[in-house]
Design a protein around this ligand. Structure first.
Ligand code: FAD
Ligand code: UDP
Length: 368
């Protein structure tokens, strides 16, 4: 008999929820992670009294009440509302696209009717009926001027490809709004856990054995039979030795700095729209929790080409990669021992609320 009921590979949000729920039901669980800390990409660390989001800005937002109630068990959330600023050629604009953006861009536009007429004319002029890619999708939603200022440069540097070679779904997430409302999200619930995200995972893993600095693939022989079942939240193609080929990812590089000033940019998130500026955004972490510390911590986020061995931050969910993933998925469906979960195991861009929803779903199927 194996020593554990479950080996959970990855102490990120998915793995930790599964481990917590399994442990609660009396299962014996071992969690491993190759990093030297828990929490995966939602890891936050205190620097100068500020909770720094070590893997990029993480704003919790959801319309799923079950998910919202679930996460509240582990932390209290503040009233933070995401309202990024867009910087373009010396000017600043509000995001998402709303009346504040339109009236700054077109000073003669003040009412929703005027803004709608202006955008409708731009859409009409572009004449795109059935958008085939991200460029056409963006232009068909807002016209060429909006596309060129707010989408073209940012998206091209983020994804390392021209917008005409990217799938349209990436941009569908950008809302258009004809009110003076700078809230980036349309969700019913939003906030930042006061005290950071790491405490959430620490609470989930409180009574569970965790081994850090432990790569499953480097200790495969020893670990493969240590438990009756494995919950795997690493890359599915790597797990299967790339037998059908490699999935593509997009990576990022974070440059973090402590500045000896109180308030650097006046907002948590500033997007840099120009292609020529090599980073996509600067995060000033203290503003997530309305901090008043004497110093500040900022992070520049540089998109990067992904090579084997780099951190795979974003799945490239285009048709080619999705159909390759489908092959791995079919293989894993025949595997009675390993369950794949999370954004790398399921090769999908999941926000935190999606990750929680799929983890709870997995718990229901596996443990109830
Ligand atoms: P991960 O957090 O990646 O955890 C997987 C863990 O598995 C990692 O710790 C990894 O080290 C470990 N692992 C992998 N392979 C192995 C192995 N072979 N052996 C041992 N351990 C292994 N979501 C939001 O809701 N709002 C946001 O604002 C937001 N912003 C984001 C910004 C960025 C830059 C990124 C990249 C993501 C963002 N997300 C956001 C998404 C959020 O990070 C994910 O939903 C969530 O972290 C996914 O959890 P996970 O457990 O699936 O994956
Ligand atoms: N995007 C853009 N301009 C912006 C912000 C976003 O063109 O100022 C595009 C870009 O292609 C990005 C996508 O919208 O990949 C989704 O952006 P969001 O900020 O929602 O996602 P995140 O990168 O935080 O996951």
């Amino acid at each position: 008999m194996a020593k554990y009921d479950y080996l959970v590979v990855g102490a990120g949000l998915f793995g930790s929820i599964f481990a917590y729920e399994a442990n609660k039901r009396g299962k014996k669980v071992l969690v491993i992670d190759k990093r030297d800390h828990v929490a995966g990409n939602i890891y936050t660390k205190e620097v100068e009294g500020i909770n720094v989001h070590m893997y990029g800005a993480h704003i919790f937002h959801t319309s799923n009440k079950e998910v919202w109630n679930y996460i509240q068990q582990f932390a209290e959330f503040n009233r933070y509302t995401n309202s990024p600023i867009a910087y373009y050629k010396g000017q600043v604009y509000n995001l998402p696209f709303n009346m504040n953006t339109f009236s700054k861009l077109w000073p003669d536009v003040r009412t929703p009717k005027e803004a709608k007429a202006k955008i409708a004319a731009a859409i009409e002029e572009a004449g795109i009926k059935q958008p085939k890619n991200l460029e056409e999708q963006a232009i068909s939603l807002g016209g060429k001027e909006i596309y060129e200022i707010f989408v073209k440069g940012y998206t091209q540097k983020q994804w390392g490809r021209p917008c005409s070679e990217l799938p349209a779904f990436i941009i569908k997430r950008l809302p258009f709004r004809f009110t003076y409302d700078n809230n980036y999200f349309n969700d019913a619930y939003q906030g930042i856990p006061m005290g950071g995200y790491t405490q959430i995972i620490d609470k989930m893993l409180e009574d569970i054995e965790v081994r850090l600095n432990t790569d499953f693939l480097a200790h495969r022989e020893e670990l493969e039979n240590i438990a009756d079942k494995i919950v795997y939240t690493g890359m599915i193609d790597e797990f299967y030795n790339y037998q059908f080929g490699e999935l593509e990812y997009r990576s990022l590089r974070f440059e973090t700095e402590v500045l000896d000033e109180e308030n650097y940019q006046g907002n948590a998130v500033v997007n840099y729209e120009e292609y020529e500026i090599p980073y996509t955004r600067i995060i000033e972490h203290k503003h997530f929790e309305f901090g008043t510390q004497p110093k500040t911590v900022i992070t520049r986020e540089y998109p990067a080409t992904w090579h084997k061995g780099d951190e795979p931050y974003y799945a490239m969910n285009d048709d080619k990669n999705n159909s390759l993933y489908a092959k791995y998925k079919a293989l894993s469906d025949q595997d009675g021992k390993v369950i794949f979960g999370g954004r790398l195991g399921m090769y999908k861009y999941f926000d935190m609320d999606d990750t929680i929803a799929v983890a709870l779903d997995c718990v229901k199927k596996e443990l109830q």
